[in-house]
Design a protein around this ligand. Structure first.
Ligand SMILES: [Zn+2]
Length: 201
């Protein structure tokens, strides 16, 4: 790669930073871009910039949005008494694509993982506490997957609720989810079934 002209090497090195992209595919991508009309390249660059400049974090659910509050949080037809907690925003997307959940969401921003330095302070527990304090939520649904980190996070939330909101029902997606799996890799039907047969915890 060191023989590449500098601008090309620079781009290839950055593209190779994407998950699943090695130096060879990065070079192929860069070469494809070189063949594009100038306008198309400029559009790509602009989209990358817009990603940081025009996206915001919704002040309601902490998800990514182009408006604050996001479409889901500002939708009056959603059920206020059900709050679904997901770890990352892409899990929310998958739930929404399936279209069977009509409640509201909270995106935690990750899962508790003390070894990786992700403790309760780095996640949206304060926001959760604030939403629950509003008193509208009657059921909190954990859709966190079945990894060790999701279990740890689930227990943390369970303790928090037991202490501060004992009247709240806490459920989780039914265990149709294969153990050790991340929510975002589930197919829609499995997800639908797990929501339908969710269990009290
Ligand atoms: Zn929102």
């Amino acid at each position: 790669m060191s023989k590449l002209p500098l601008p090309l090497r620079d781009l290839v090195e950055q593209l190779a930073g994407f998950p699943g992209v090695g130096p060879k595919s990065a070079l192929r991508m860069a070469m494809t871009m070189l063949k594009w009309p100038r306008e198309k390249t400029r559009n790509l660059g602009q989209s990358v910039l817009d990603l940081r400049d025009k996206l915001c974090i919704c002040s309601g659910c902490a998800g990514l949005a182009d408006n604050d509050p996001c479409e889901i949080c500002s939708d009056p037809t959603r059920e206020d008494d059900k709050l679904c907690v997901v770890s990352e925003w892409d899990s929310l997307l998958i739930m929404e694509e399936s279209g069977f959940f009509r409640g509201r969401y909270l995106v935690l921003g990750g899962l508790l993982s003390p070894l990786d330095g992700i403790d309760s302070g780095s996640l949206e527990f304060e926001r959760l506490r604030k939403i629950l304090g509003g008193g509208q939520v009657k059921e909190l649904i954990l859709a966190l997957g079945t990894t060790l980190e999701s279990e740890t996070t689930g227990s943390y939330i369970k303790n928090l609720l037991a202490r501060e909101f004992p009247e709240l029902t806490l459920t989780r997606l039914a265990q149709g989810i294969p153990l050790g799996s991340d929510l975002k890799f589930m197919d829609k039907e499995t997800l639908r079934q797990s929501m339908r047969y969710r269990q009290s915890i």
